[in-house]
Design a protein around this ligand. Structure first.
Ligand SMILES: [Zn+2]
Length: 200
């Protein structure tokens, strides 16, 4: 590695910071890129920049979107009385793929994890409370990962969001233990949603 020229080692370091790319993959990708056609590399760089510039968060639900409010929030056919609370924007894609959910979403942006310094106020919980007072919400479906933090966050939300005429449910277990929604297949996810249970 020490024999690689500096621009390559910088590129390796930058790639290595991406999720799911370890040092060996980073090195392979970097070496591939520096030997590729200039035009191809430029196209890739442009695509990254363009996506980064055009994508932002939906002000209402927190989904990744080109326009805010996003397509789901803006769709009058979606059931506004139902909000599914997820951890990350990618979870919305997983649930949409399962095709069973007709309500709207709310992205928390993580889960409560004191060990990692993530407290309730670091998540989009206040935004969710605001939606409860401005939107005709009758049910909150909590669809967080099945690990300890996911469980703790679910119980915290059920307590904090509790109010008259609001049902708080949680997707059925059946998701692989200790994982997030993104690893569940579509059938498991749609069953988990259909089998959701009230939390109190
Ligand atoms: Zn939205």
């Amino acid at each position: 590695m020490s024999s690689l020229p500096e621009p390559i080692t910088s590129l390796v370091a930058a790639l290595n910071r991406l999720p799911g790319i370890g040092p060996r993959s980073a090195e392979r990708i970097a070496l591939h890129l520096v030997q590729s056609e200039s035009a191809d590399v430029k196209q890739l760089a442009d695509a990254i920049l363009r996506a980064r510039e055009r994508i932002g968060f939906c002000a209402a639900c927190g989904a990744l979107t080109e326009k805010s409010p996003c397509g789901v929030c803006d769709d009058p056919r979606r059931d506004a009385s139902l909000i599914c609370v997820v951890e990350q924007p990618v979870d919305i894609l997983s649930i949409e793929k399962s095709g069973t959910f007709q309500g709207k979403y709310h992205v928390l942006g993580g889960k409560i994890s004191p060990l990692d310094g993530i407290e309730p106020e670091d998540l989009r919980i206040a935004e969710l409370e605001k939606r409860l007072s401005t939107e005709p919400v009758r049910e909150i479906v909590i669809a967080l990962g099945t690990d300890v933090e996911g469980d703790a966050t679910g119980f915290y939300l059920a307590k904090r969001l509790s109010r008259p005429n609001l049902k708080i449910t949680r997707i059925a277990h059946g998701l692989p233990a200790g994982t997030g929604l993104e690893f569940a297949d579509e059938l498991t996810l749609s069953r988990a949603l259909e089998g959701r249970r009230e939390m109190k």
